[in-house]
Design a protein around this ligand. Sequence first.
Ligand code: NAD
Ligand code: DAU
Length: 358
Amino acid sequence: MKTYLVTGGAGFIGSNFILYMLKKYQEEIKIINVDCLTYAGNLENLKEVENQKNYKFLKVDVCDKEAILKIFQTYEIDRVIHFAAESHVDRSIRNPEVFVNTNVLGTLNLLNAAKLAWETEDGFKPGKKYLQVSTDEVYGALEGEEGYFYETTPLDPHSPYSASKTSADLMVKSYVDTFHFPANITRCSNNYGPYQFPEKLIPLMIHNALNGKKLPVYGSGKNVRDWLYVEDHCRAIELVAENGKAGEVYNVGGHNEKKNIEIVTTIIDTLLEMLPTDDPRRKLISHDLITYVEDRKGHDFRYAIAPDKIKAELGWEPETPFSEGIKLTIAWYLEHMEWMERITKGEYQKYYETMYRM
Ligand code: NAD
Ligand code: DAU
């Protein structure tokens, strides 16, 4: 039975990954979820698996050296899937320090603990893999409508968030180059889907629209992001962790570029299409809610991933077209209004205290 150490498993992509893996492999794998539950971590996401014997939650900060070492001493970890991070660009512009601590030093701490646990006299125990979940933002920005990010594109991050993710990637690369440490890096484009924290574009717009609140579009609304349904990302991570060539970087993307304003208008139109005709919230939702606001500082213009390598080497392709994924996402939020209300009221930390009493 393989044991996965998943960090940041109470966040958006991490919780989707744990649910996806436990659904697919049932009792054939064990998952240890290490998360310190920042504002973005929510154990409610994992309620359906919390009592499974092969799932364990540990409230641990990835920067805590002793606690991380102890986990590797207690369990025979086969896979590390490192999601834990401060993930929001806007927050990094206001408060970069925590991004360096968690994203860079947390990664280094995890690398050291895995290296110590896995190294042998002549290399590393066979079959081990560390996967660094990175981002397309490490490549900087594409200035025009043309071109793509490849794995060979020079690293050129702009925001404190992307600079911290790039630094973490370089630490992983240094362990691969220096020690032949068995690691992969995946660099994915913007994810969307269930359980995304409503500070990010898509859930923020869904929540605001349903409450008749203004929809704040930064700058011209013409900036482009390449959107991927979160389950497609989870599949890519699983594939790279299992079959990716050690030491390699794999780009993951949806070939689904959209201007921000297109996303916002699609959300309005889809909500109006999906809400029943007698739903009172319909009266609150209109294109008049769109409000252009001051641009994000240093706002990257366009991201677009070329996922050619992961397709050629591992056979991965996105499976969820945006037209379907956005409906699945909106339907999920409509069915989980209480989840959203608790999150936006900051009450989800209480869930943890009630549940675990610590
Ligand atoms: P998120 O903000 O939703 O979740 C982050 C999780 O990490 C939370 O549960 C939080 O409690 C936990 N965490 C934060 N600091 C921690 C610490 N010091 N110790 C332990 N746990 C800690 O983030 P997300 O959107 O799910 O992103 C997950 C990863 O994927 C990040 O590394 C991010 O850079 C990367 N990524 C995200 C996207 C995207 O579109 N969201 C795209 C590409 C890559
Ligand atoms: O590209 C991958 C990255 O995608 C991940 O590494 C990050 O963790 C993730 O947060 C995301 O970063 P972005 O900055 O692209 O995502 P965000 O949802 O914050 O913004 C998407 C676009 O929408 C961006 O161009 C800014 C714009 N925006 C965002 C918000 C929150 C608005 O116009 N209005 C808003 O209120």
